[in-house]
Design a protein around this ligand. Structure first.
Ligand SMILES: Cc1ncc(COP(=O)(O)O)c(C=O)c1O
Length: 305
C-alpha cells in the first residue's frame, strides 16, 4: 500500500521533515533485521484524534526490545508523548502510526551489544489493510507452505523486523496464488496466526483463538475482541486449533491493528459462512470501541490533545 507523506517524523527526540528522516546504508538493523516496531492506529473522535491503546502498544515495544536485549533510550511515557506530538503535527483526524527502534550506524557484525539504538515514530493516512469490504464480504485465506517461527528459532512474541521475512514470504505466496492472506501453522502443525493478524474461529458456538505458545503474537486487537465478545455474551477460549478446525468452523475472522476485524469467507477453497453473526456484531462494536464510543473502554482511547 503506498505511503502518503506527512510533514514530520519524530527521530530521536526531534521532529525531522519527512524527506530528511533518513538513515545510513550501513545501519546495523538494515543488515540483520534486529529492529523492533509497532503498528498503531489513531481514529477520529468527537474530541479530536484518539490513539487506540497507545500505552499498551508502547509497553509491547518495550517488551520486544527486552526480548532482543535492546536498551530503549525512551520510557513508555516518553514514547506515548512523542506519538501524540507526531499525530498532532500531522493534522490528520486519524492515521496509522509506525514506531520503530533499531540498532544504528557505527558497528557491524552480529553482536548488537555495542550498538547505538535509534527510535523513530512516523504516521500517515492508511485505509483498511485487507480491503474496505473485508468485514462484509470476507477474505480468502490460504494455509501457507511456510511455517510460523518456532519459539527457539525466532521469538514470535517480539515484533522484531526480521520476524517479518517469514510473514512476507507467506503473504506474497498467498497473493500470487490468488488469495488475500496466509494462515501460518507452527512447526507442530497447529494453527498459529496470519502474517499480521490473529485468528478467531467459531466451533460449537464458542470462539477459539490460538495462544502465544502456538507462535501467535499476543495481539492488542485480539485482547480487545475478547473483551467485546464477553460483553456481547459470546464464550471465548484461548486454545490450540488444528487445520481441520478451520475447514469446518461455523464462522471465522482475523483481527489486528491494521486489518481491524475482517471476516473470512474461505480457507483453502473450503467455504465458510460469511460474515457470521458473531463476526458482524464484534466488528460493529470494535468500530465503536476504537472511537471511544463504548463508555467502559473510553480510557483505551488516548486523545492527542
Ligand atoms: C504477526 C502479527 N500477529 C498479530 C498482529 C495483531 O496484533 P495487534 O492486534 O496488536 O495489532 C500483528 C500486528 O501487529 C502481527 O504483526
Amino acid at each position: 500500500m503506498p505511503i502518503t507523506p506527512t510533514p514530520n517524523i519524530w527521530m530521536n527526540g526531534e521532529m525531522v521533515p519527512w524527506d530528511q528522516a533518513q538513515t545510513h546504508v550501513l545501519t546495523h538493523t538494515l543488515h540483520y533485521g534486529t529492529g523492533v516496531f509497532e503498528g498503531i492506529r489513531a481514529y477520529e473522535t468527537s474530541s479530536g484524534p484518539g490513539v487506540f491503546r497507545l500505552t499498551e502498544h508502547m509497553q509491547r515495544l518495550h517488551e520486544s526490545a527486552q526480548i532482543m536485549m535492546m536498551d530503549l533510550p525512551y520510557s513508555v511515557e516518553e514514547l506515548v508523548e512523542a506519538t501524540k506530538a507526531v499525530v498532532r503535527d500531522s493534522g490528520l483526524p486519524g492515521c496509522y502510526i509506525r514506531p520503530i527502534a533499531y540498532f544504528g550506524y557505527g558497528e557491524m557484525g552480529l553482536n548488537t551489544l555495542p550498538c547505538s539504538v535509534d527510535v523513530a515514530i512516523a504516521c500517515w493516512p492508511w485505509g483498511a489493510y485487507l480491503g474496505d469490504d473485508a468485514v462484509t464480504k470476507g477474505v480468502r485465506m490460504k494455509i501457507s507452505s511456510w511455517s510460523r517461527h518456532d519459539h527457539n528459532t525466532m521469538p514470535p512474541a517480539s515484533k522484531t523486523t526480521g520476524n517479518y521475512v517469514n510473514s512476507s514470504l507467506a503473504k506474497v505466496e498467498a497473493l500470487k496464488a490468488g488469495y488475500d492472506e496466509a494462515i501460518m501453522l507452527n512447526p507442530q502443525g497447529l494453527v498459529s496466526e496470519c502474517t499480521g493478524e490473529n485468528i478467531f474461529v467459531a466451533r460449537g458456538g464458542r470462539l477459539v483463538t490460538p495462544p502465544m505458545s502456538a507462535g501467535a503474537l499476543e495481539g492488542i486487537t485480539q485482547d480487545t475482541v475478547m473483551a467485546i465478545a464477553d460483553d456481547l455474551g459470546f464464550e471465548v477460549i484461548v486454545s490450540d486449533l488444528a487445520r481441520s478446525d478451520l475447514y469446518i468452523c461455523e464462522e471465522m475472522f482475523v483481527c489486528g491493528t491494521a486489518a481491524e476485524v475482517s471476516a473470512v469467507n474461505s480457507v483453502d477453497d473450503r467455504e465458510i459462512p460469511c460474515p457470521g453473526e458473531m463476526t458482524t456484531a464484534i466488528a460493529a462494536e470494535y468500530a465503536k470501541c476504537v472511537r471511544g464510543e463504548l463508555p467502559q473502554y473510553k480510557d483505551w482511547v488516548e486523545l492527542v490533545g
